[in-house]
Design a protein around this ligand. Structure first.
Ligand SMILES: Nc1ncnc2c1ncn2[C@@H]1O[C@H](COP(=O)(O)OP(=O)(O)OP(=O)(O)O)[C@@H](O)[C@H]1O
Ligand SMILES: [Mg+2]
Length: 248
């Protein structure tokens, strides 16, 4: 299969079982959401897939290749990326200057200066395309610290995309955003490249139900169920456990 294939994945922290026998597929072009109560093991799952954590058992394949033994940086090279949880933006630099960095990094030119006078028209064009894709044209030459928090999140998403990933994991992309800015994230997810495999971990159910074609529900480290948004919204167990009957 093209994409991610996880089988029997488990993770224990001492006696605490945080992931238990997880089977999970994320094919090219997928739009999946992973939901579940606080502490269900969602971020742990993302960290196992990206290589931040080592599994206690199970397999992780990408395009058929076993990647469970690869370090995080090697998985990024293969195309498995997660948006940065801590802000990695340089606040005093402009949006455009921030976005040049990962492109140069990807090209193995990260050590070079990145003033526009030094820059290469091909890189400038790629950066301009990303700025347009994320609707940041009007802000491109403003320092990042001038941007609303939601727009800073878009710049972070663009930074990750500059690595040209094939799998993108977004762990709570709307966390901490005022509800007036959540649509920025939803719109950006909807405009991601079609063939990218996308996994969104999120508590904001409006976002989840708008972007996901398939929803996986994780409870205490186990997959409770997986289904279409309609199936999940209609699942009595899920409603009771997590949605509180608020959806559908
Ligand atoms: N490094 C660690 N050592 C020990 N326990 C951990 C570690 N990381 C996470 N845990 C525990 O694993 C469980 C799952 O945590 P995880 O962060 O994956 O949950 P989550 O579903 O992402 O929750 P949230 O929705 O709050 O982000 C929790 O009980 C947490 O305390
Ligand atoms: Mg989490």
């Amino acid at each position: 299969m093209q994409g991610l294939e996880v089988r029997g994945l488990s993770k224990h922290f001492g006696g605490l079982v945080v992931s238990e026998n997880i089977d999970f597929d994320l094919p090219s072009g997928a739009r999946k959401a992973l939901i579940g109560p606080n502490g269900a093991g969602k971020s742990t799952f993302a960290n196992l897939v990206t290589g931040i954590l080592a599994p206690s058992g199970g397999t992780i394949r990408f395009d058929g290749q076993d990647i469970a033994g690869l370090a995080e940086a090697q998985r990024v090279k293969l195309g498995i990326a997660k948006t940065f949880q801590i802000t990695t933006l340089f606040p005093k630099m402009t949006v455009r200057e921030n976005l040049r960095l990962p492109v140069l990094e990807r090209e193995g030119r990260g050590g070079r200066l990145f003033r526009s006078a030094d820059s290469d028209p091909r890189i400038e064009a790629e950066v301009a395309d990303m700025i347009a894709q994320f609707d940041l044209d009007a802000l491109a030459d403003r320092p990042v610290l001038d941007l609303a928090y939601g727009q800073q999140r878009l710049v972070e998403m663009a930074l990750t995309l500059a690595l040209k990933p094939r799998v993108l994991i977004l762990d709570e992309p709307a966390a901490g955003l005022p509800s007036s800015e959540t649509h920025l994230i939803t719109d950006a997810i909807e405009r991601l490249p079609q063939d990218l495999a996308v996994l969104v971990i999120e508590h904001d159910m409006d976002l989840v139900f708008r972007v996901a074609h398939s929803i996986v529900v994780l409870v205490q480290g186990r997959i409770l169920t997986e289904g279409t948004p309609q199936e999940i919204a209609g699942n009595a167990q899920v409603r009771e456990l997590y949605l509180g009957g608020g959806h559908g």
